[in-house]
Design a protein around this ligand. Structure first.
Ligand code: ASP
Length: 431
């Protein structure tokens, strides 16, 4: 049995959905399709999920979501008409959803409706049964999967039948609709693959696999034929967007192979993602921008038992969850996603930390990026030295190096404006 997940671009319009049908029907082992909400049809277009979040923001401001929701309705009705499926029932559903959003059902409910409607349309077009993610997937408050999910899925899914399941959402233990983080349909696909013990989890997208570098930065970048689970997790963490970083967790212990394939070029081999790869050394380079840095100092910090933990807890109070850390004897550096805190929140946090912990200094600055060179066996490869050399030769200053914390990656802190150049020069040095 194969679980096939189709991303937003693969279901963006009727023509794309026809390709999905052809793919699903070309191998009878494909028995469950997990689908995203329609994504962008071209560069200027808007994703349905973004429009749904906009609807919710309007309602938060005391306005009706009607004008934005009309665009959503138009897209779904157009898809239904082109696929020649019942658009009257669909229009009724759209009306109900618009009323529920206007009545204040909240951001998660609103966002989840893109996948819900997409799965309804595709199930009707395919003649496959629709299973609402809300009835089978239970999401914990920290957005991890509740183990009861696997039991529910096993009970609900008959191995002799075919199903379409919406990605991205489920419900809480209290029965409230909840979404994963953006791009979370990849996680749903993994959960379903594990639940039915699939022989393969296919992830269909608009690129022919996971590239060794972002092809928008390195146009001739190669596709990786194979990556390990660990490599994919590390790569997603440093900005590669092809596969959600949390999507490996549900299948980590089951060893189910994943293949990332292109809906528009289904014969391309794609990238296989396997528990362990035989290929050691650097496999890819990527940069994650949009980071801010906190630098703080306090004499004897290291000696003060529990202080690092207390400092971190205080950062959480201000909504900041650092993604990378460096510890010195009297100092700490943390990097975090700049979107987590505005300038005024950062300022309030600095004042509170200084007062509460008697810090000697604390500063926050923005515009940082982390460049990651990823590959199993990184700790015993010379890729680290080569990458550092490439950065130095091209005048790219590093503010942070993390080597050895993981045997699968080496990370360099750089300035955001040099991120693309850094990817280019390191790629050409390594590959
Ligand atoms: N539609 C959601 C998003 O745009 C989830 C997904 O596509 O995986 O983030």
């Amino acid at each position: 049995m194969i679980v096939s997940k189709f991303g937003g671009s693969s279901v963006a319009d009727a023509d794309q959905i026809r390709k999905v049908k052809a793919i699903l029907e070309s191998d009878e082992r494909r028995c469950i399709a997990v689908v995203s909400a329609p994504g962008k049809r071209n560069k200027e277009d808007q994703k349905i999920t973004d429009l749904l979040y906009k609807c919710n923001s309007l309602v938060q401001k005391g306005l009706t979501c009607r004008p934005v929701f009309n665009e959503i309705s138009k897209r779904f009705v157009q898809i239904a008409q082109k696929l020649k499926i019942d658009d009257v029932k669909l229009s009724e559903r759209l009306d109900d959803i618009r009323c529920a959003i206007d009545a204040g059902r909240g951001a998660d409910y609103a966002a989840s409706r893109g996948e819900y409607l997409s799965a309804l349309v595709i199930s009707e077009f395919m003649g496959w049964e629709f299973v609402d993610a809300e009835d089978v997937i239970v999401i914990n408050s920290d957005s991890t999967v509740n183990e009861i999910t696997y039991k529910r899925l096993k009970e609900r899914l008959d191995p002799t039948k075919r199903y379409v399941i919406p990605g991205f959402y489920g419900e809480t233990e209290q029965g409230v609709v909840k979404t994963f983080t953006r791009g979370g349909s990849d996680i749903t696909g993994s959960i379903v693959a594990r639940a039915i013990d699939a022989e393969l989890y296919e992830n269909w997208t608009d690129v022919s696999g996971v590239y060794r570098a972002d092809p928008r930065i390195v146009p001739n970048a190669e596709v990786n034929p194979e990556l390990s689970y660990k490599e994919v997790r590390e790569l997603s963490d440093v900005g590669a967007t092809v596969f959600h970083e949390e999507a490996i967790a549900p299948i980590y212990n089951s060893g189910i192979p994943i293949v990332v394939k292109n809906t528009n070029r289904p014969d391309d081999p794609g990238t296989r993602i396997v528990p362990e790869s035989n290929d050691f050394g650097a496999t890819a380079v990527s940069a994650r921008s949009g980071l801010s840095r906190i630098k703080l100092r306090k004499l004897m910090l290291f000696k003060k038992y529990g202080m690092r933990h207390a400092l971190l807890t205080m950062l959480h109070v201000f909504g900041i969850r650092p993604c990378y850390s460096l510890f010195g004897i009297d100092s700490i550096v943390w990097f975090f996603d700049s979107k987590m805190a505005s300038d005024s929140v950062c300022q309030a946090m600095c004042e509170r930390l200084t007062k509460e912990f008697g810090l000697d200094s604390i500063e926050v600055d923005h515009g940082h990026a982390i460049l990651g060179v990823v590959g199993d066996g990184m700790d015993s490869s010379d890729a680290y030295l080569k990458a550092a050399e490439a950065l130095k030769e091209n005048g790219i200053k590093t503010t942070f190096v993390n080597y050895g914390a993981s045997d699968t990656s080496v990370l360099f802190g750089i300035k955001e404006e040099q991120a693309a150049d850094a990817v280019k020069v390191v790629y050409s040095k390594l590959f």
